[in-house]
Every structure is written in C-alpha cells, then in structure tokens.
Design a protein around this ligand. Structure first.
Ligand code: QAP
Ligand code: CO
Length: 187
C-alpha cells in the first residue's frame, strides 16, 4: 500500500467524468487500498479515485468516530453518535433515490484544502454499488453518510463542491487559491 499524491483545484483533471469499473479485480483492490491509505494520511473522511488521478468510478470513505484519523477529524466534523463501521468502498455507485428534504452541511474536500462552505443536498438517499469484493449492495443513507456519498459521487462526474456554491463564493475561493499558488511560486 502507498500514499499517492492528491490532485488539487484548479487542476483540470478534477473535471474528468470517470469511467465505470468493469470488474472488481485484485488491481482494483490494490488501488482502493492505496486510496484508503492516502485518505487517512490526509485526515480525510472520503476520497474519489480521480483525486489521485485515476478516472475510475471508485470511492472510499470512513466516517466512523474512531478510525485512524479520529482526533483530527473530530475537530472538524460532528461524528458523535455515528457507529464505528470502519472503511467503506463504493465501486460504480449510483443514487437510486434521493429525498425531497434537504440539509445544509459544511463541506470540505481534500482537493480544496483549507476551504469549507455550506452545501445544500438531499438529506437522505439510497445508493447502489459494488463492494470491495465486487458484490452488489444497496444501502439507505442519511446524515453525514448521505452528504459524503453525494459529494464523492459528484467527483466521479467531474464536480467539486465549489461548483455548488454561489458564483461569488466560488470566485472568491478560486482567487485565494490562485494567489496562494503564485506566492508559492515566487518563494
Ligand atoms: C468530503 O472531505 C466531505 O481542507 C470529504 O485541510 C467533507 O475528507 C463530505 C480535509 C465534509 C461531506 C462533508 C479537508 C482535510 C478533508 C481540508 C474530506 C483539510 C484537511 C476533507
Ligand atoms: Co472532495
């Protein structure tokens, strides 16, 4: 297993529409293992394959309160009351149902480090996917799980959470990112 570099906004690769996985093989599992290691290393709760430059429809997630990155995550997200279900793997995830009811959640993204903002999404959804072993599953999601799976599914369709903010907020954040890039270049 190894930690891979995470691609950040405004890298145009993040706009790629990822391709369905034809079969979950040992190669797929090796990639998923690397993604989990990369996610934990960066103290994340979710990661899509395109964030490490692989345009396959794969997501890994760990929203459990006491996973490896617990302390750091606990500061950022309210994980209280969530059961420890450990790491989850979603291959070819599809939303088969989403609630009318929505909620607002302050989202972040490993590809947009240091920026967080409220995003409105359906509060509950049902997701069909293949698991680590290639077995088809369908689960009902709410709370952080529902928010996170929708955020990660967006990545598979070339969308980052900034695209769901007002134009003004998005432009402000992109401006700050470009300025930080320029400052880093001169330094
Ligand atoms: C997506 O995001 C998500 O800026 C996963 O400095 C987030 O793991 C879905 C992270 C919130 C729903 C709600 C971000 C780590 C991690 C940062 C993440 C940072 C360090 C983001
Ligand atoms: Co993200």
């Amino acid at each position: 297993m190894s930690v891979r570099p995470i691609i950040e906004v405004p890298n145009p690769l993040l706009k790629t529409i990822s391709t369905p996985v034809e079969a979950v093989t040992d190669e797929t599992r090796a990639l998923m293992d690397d993604m989990v290691e990369t996610m934990y290393d960066a103290n994340g709760i979710g990661l899509a394959a395109i964030q490490v430059g692989v345009s396959q429809r794969i997501v890994v997630m760990d929203i459990s309160p006491d996973s490896e990155a617990q302390d750091d995550k606990a500061e950022r997200y309210d994980l209280s009351g969530l059961e420890d279900e450990g790491v989850r793997y979603f291959v070819n995830p599809e939303i088969t149902w989403a609630s009318e009811e929505t909620n607002n959640y302050q989202e972040g993204c490993l590809s947009v480090p240091g920026f967080y903002d409220d995003v409105e999404r359906p509060a509950q959804c049902r997701v069909k996917f293949l698991d680590y072993h290639g077995v088809e599953q369908e689960i009902d999601c709410d709370g952080l799980l529902a928010t996170c799976i929708q955020h990660e599914l967006d990545h598979l369709n070339g969308i980052v959470f900034l695209d769901r903010l007002s134009r003004l907020k998005r432009q402000m954040i992109l401006k700050k990112i470009r300025k930080a890039e320029r400052d880093a270049d001169v330094a």
